[in-house]
Design a binder for this molecule. Structure first.
Ligand code: PHB
Length: 368
């Protein structure tokens, strides 16, 4: 039988990573790590539940250094203990036949000294003004202004990404995704509203792209391009990003990255935008598409991203939170569990590992 879901049933190769189909689980902050950033048994259970369904899991954003830790109870991959904690997850995912890449993150000006124990840093000393942030003691702390990274510190951050990528491979991840989207440190360098540098890292599209290109090149040198993806959100307004250059920085970045032959480019973008198609061609790598981190992607939309030729795979977040067997449910066009949004950032198993599969839900209904 064929139907409109068939486009998502097709296998896909992302560098060294073979996917059985084209429905990918998005990176999702869930705040269930230990205080020191160690991924624990509960996190392993959550990913394990989804691993047999998602073709690929992109881990929740995971900080590469203590300096880059934006929120309490987000996980890190900055120490050997973090590596060993993530091993529980990669083993659980692989036991289900799944694949998982680690999303490598540095918050930059997003974060708080009370959370990381360090000053905030960014491309320039441009504060994030409109948002408040969770700290270990407050739900609504104002965010202090960051200071600009020195040239020497930029080299250190590149090395932090490299060390984190190596640790991720040692922890059993199938690859890494460099997080250069959604207003965090790497996009703070890409965007002309947060990068006011007058050295080699600012002032022109090529210079704004330089830091991200250096990070990706160094990570590629360390673990191989066939295990490295990048996430980009060109011109998206998240976290006070306001890119004015019409995409020129992303065009400049593509010139640097296309020759590397990355495993994939993960775009947060609108499928119909001309820039989406242009960048897909310019990067010359398979495109995973997601349209926004604070909205639901419906089945029909996920199908259309691939069916209409905008992407090679569809990346879905919220529906995977509520449905560990999302691929099977969507394949049959079966009903979904209700999403408990109030528990997204709660603690413990509630709203995290207690969502039933369709078979479990039907068994519960039959005995109720
Ligand atoms: C978040 O924790 O709100 C978050 C993290 C990473 C993103 C976007 C949002 O890319």
């Amino acid at each position: 039988m064929t139907d409109d879901f068939d486009v998502l049933r097709q296998p896909l190769t992302l560098g060294a990573i073979e996917l059985p189909h084209r429905l990918v689980m998005a990176p999702l902050t869930r705040n269930r790590a230990d205080e020191d950033g160690t991924a624990n048994e509960l996190i392993a259970e959550y990913y394990g539940q989804r691993a047999g369904s998602a073709a690929l899991i992109v881990s929740e954003a995971t900080w590469v250094s203590q300096q880059g830790k934006p929120y309490p109870r987000t996980p890190g991959i900055a120490t050997d203990q973090h590596r060993d904690g993530w091993r529980l997850t990669t083993d659980a995912v692989h036991a289900e036949g799944g694949k998982i890449v680690a999303q490598l993150w540095h918050g930059g000006r997003i974060g708080h000294p009370d959370t990381s124990g360090q000053e905030l840093v960014s491309a320039s000393a441009t504060p994030l003004e409109s948002l408040t942030i969770f700290t270990p003691t407050e739900a609504k702390a104002a965010i202090p202004a960051p200071r600009a990274l020195t040239l020497e510190e930029i080299t250190t951050v590149v090395q932090d990404f490299v060390a984190a990528a190596k640790r991720a491979i040692d922890a059993g991840f199938d690859g890494v995704e460099v997080h250069a989207a959604n207003g965090y440190l790497l996009q703070q360098f890409l965007s002309d509203n947060t990068n006011h540098r007058d050295d080699a890292y600012g002032g022109s599209p090529e210079n704004r792209a330089r830091f991200v290109a250096e990070v990706v090149r160094a990570v590629v040198d360390a673990i191989g391009a066939d295990r490295v993806g990048i996430r980009l959100s060109p011109l998206a307004p998240a976290h006070e990003m306001a890119e004015q250059d019409g995409g020129d920085t992303y065009r400049a970045l593509a010139k640097e990255l296309a020759p590397l032959h990355l495993a994939y480019v993960h775009l947060l973008a609108q499928p119909e935008d001309a820039l989406t198609a242009e960048l897909r061609a310019a990067y010359g790598a398979p495109v995973l598409l997601n349209t926004g981190f604070a909205k639901n992607t419906e089945r029909a939309e996920a199908i259309s991203f691939v069916a209409d030729g905008h992407a090679d795979a569809s990346v879905v977040g919220r529906a995977f939170i509520a449905n560990p067997d999302l691929y099977e449910r969507w394949s049959q066009d079966a009903p979904q569990n209700e999403t408990r949004t109030n528990l997204f950032y709660a603690s413990g198993p509630e709203g995290y590992t207690d969502y039933p599969t369709l078979a479990e839900a039907e068994a519960q209904t039959a005995t109720a």
